[in-house]
Design a protein. Structure first.
Length: 337
């Protein structure tokens, strides 16, 4: 082990003990050596996710970050069991230690595109969804009350009676539509929530507002929810809400662990975040090979990005943190079986 690897291995913040109260009535999701391959007409097949091992647990926010095209949506789809039929998945994805589908209403997925009916108002869209999704055991007034509360939770009370709108009929802004989509998916109080870019089209204040609302959903309904989402440009404030961070580049894991320890990981590997720079911007800039660092002005002698990414991947996979993550995955599946 090199001295760098030894130092990196000191970032050992993965808690392997699972509190007993978490084991009951909650969703632990884990994935081990996950690969996703797509059939590619001309070139045979291509791996779009490679050898990923990690977990998501109740009461925590797991952020998936990485450059565009690195595989964030594919990972969400694989974890949610909704991969496209032209893909092949290998490795394990376990829910509470089993290969199982969750009961209806237990899990929800906010997709990247907002599929909303343009002619409905916000109130109608959320209320009709409540009618369709919520159980018959709830009265109409309870369903209506749940819809209203959810709309308020997402800060849409002033747009209640605004039409969603679409081509040729302007209605809600892109950010407001995003929030309506989130409302519709959280109506059932799912225990496992997937969100593909929940903050796209939102300004930084709205992004913080929405992410902190998502983070605090459990405080309102008492459910220790497992939340996994992809996100592009979190502000420092939003980043501080994340418990764990899964950083992908070129279909591989560059880092998985506490979001608060990611900066130390980059620093120990020789890529410290410049003072006053947003940490997540720095991580993404460091691992984005679409716009080579060496092409940047004044960086002609910089290490090529491909090399930087390989250094980080190797350092991560030989770190104590990685071993702890694998141990934790084994422990989760043993304890919740
Ligand atoms: N069903 C599929 N068939 C063929 N290629 C696919 C399929 N799904 C994903 N890909 C490819 O896999 C790669 C990763 O795609 P994915 O949508 O997961 O990336 P992403 O990180 O979510 O990107 P973005 O941030 O731009 O949304 C891309 O090159 C994409 O073209």
């Amino acid at each position: 082990m090199t001295s760098l690897e030894m130092e990196t291995s000191d970032i050992n913040l993965v808690q392997t003990h699972i509190p007993k109260e978490d084991v009951d009535d909650a969703v632990f999701l884990s994935w081990k050596d996950l690969w996703v391959t797509v059939r590619d007409g001309r070139h045979g097949s291509r791996s779009i996710l490679q050898v990923l091992t990690a977990y998501a647990q109740p009461g925590e926010l797991l952020a998936i970050m990485g450059p565009s095209g690195c595989g964030k949506s594919t990972l969400l789809d694989a974890l949610a069991g909704r991969l496209n039929s032209n893909t092949i998945q290998a490795g394990e994805v376990l829910i509470n230690g089993h290969k199982q589908a969750l009961a209806y209403g237990t899990t929800a997925y906010v997709t990247q595109d907002d599929n909303l009916v343009a002619t409905l108002t916000v109130r109608e869209a959320v209320y009709y969804s409540a009618q369709l999704q919520l159980p018959d055991s709830m009265s109409n007034s309870e369903k209506e009350e749940r819809a209203e509360r959810t709309i308020r939770e997402m800060g849409l009370q002033d747009a209640m009676n605004t039409r969603i709108g679409g081509w040729g009929a302007k209605g809600l802004s892109g950010g407001q539509k995003r929030r309506v989509s989130i409302c519709i998916e959280i109506l059932t109080h799912p225990k496992l929530l997937f969100l593909d870019e929940p903050t796209s089209c939102l300004d930084s204040a709205a992004s913080y507002y929405i992410m902190s609302r998502i983070a605090s959903l459990g405080r309102n309904d008492g459910i220790r929810r497992t939340i996994i989402f992809s996100i592009h440009q979190p502000s420092s404030e939003v980043f501080q809400l994340f418990n764990n961070l899964c950083l992908l580049s070129s279909s591989k894991m560059v880092y998985f662990g506490p979001a608060s320890a990611a900066n130390e990981f980059f620093t120990l590997n020789g890529f410290p975040c410049p003072t006053y720079q947003n940490h997540s911007d720095h991580f993404l800039k460091t691992i984005n090979k679409d716009f080579g660092r060496d092409l940047e002005q004044g960086m002609s002698d910089a290490t090529p990005t491909e090399e930087v990414i390989n250094t980080l991947i190797q350092s991560y996979t030989s770190s104590e943190t990685y071993q702890e993550v694998r141990k934790k995955v084994a422990e989760i599946n043993k304890e919740v079986m």
